[in-house]
Design a protein around this ligand. Sequence first.
Ligand code: HEC
Length: 203
Amino acid sequence: MRRQAFRVVILAACIAMPAAARPSSAAPEDPVLDRAKAAAQVFSGQLRARLQAAMQAGGPIAAVDVCNMEAPRIADAVMAEYGVSLGRVALPGRNRNPAQAADDWKLAMLESFRQRVSDGEAAADQFAVMRERLPDGVALRMMRGIATEPGCLACHGSDIAPQIRTAIIARYPDDHATGFAVGDLRGALWVQVPATPATVDAP
Ligand code: HEC
């Protein structure tokens, strides 16, 4: 039973967005937004696939390694393929990887998500697109809230198994990403699309 529960945990591990492809009420023709959404979805999907494989091959501690090593590599590959920047950020002061502390526009959007969640909206429903007042060279910014799910608690909750805690602390000595409860806003997945397509399409 416990083993089963862990499998669910790992499938969900590190995933920054709830299974992507939520239908959008946006304009019918919106290639830039579509590209941002597609990149986010591919990132999420590939991370899930890697985690599943790591879990089968090496168990839960291997899944921590996947988050640690593979997540940035997957992000790099997706960014190159789609010609966008993307990543995940944590709520202020609640990051595991110091490079994933939210700042600037990501922090501003995350703060508005946090406000809406504290007003009663669901963390997983948070979504924002910014098209105006962007710096030169940026066409669009998009962000999607990341909710804490039951499966996240093994690595982000309040009661973390000692071996997992040890594995996390070994890689993130200054970890602040624990103590979350189900439904809490954990952070966000962000995508930024440049004004000039930077896609390096392999024919
Ligand atoms: C097997 C342990 C594990 C599980 C389970 C797990 N995570 Fe993580 N999470 C990590 C590790 C390790 C990192 C740091 C990865 C990195 O360096 O990019 C991380 C980073 C993150 C980040 C990036 C921000 C930060 O603090 O660095 C978010 C957001 C996140 N996790 C959300 C989730 C969510 C949501 C779930 C459940 C759906 C989940 N995680 C489940 C281990 C886990």
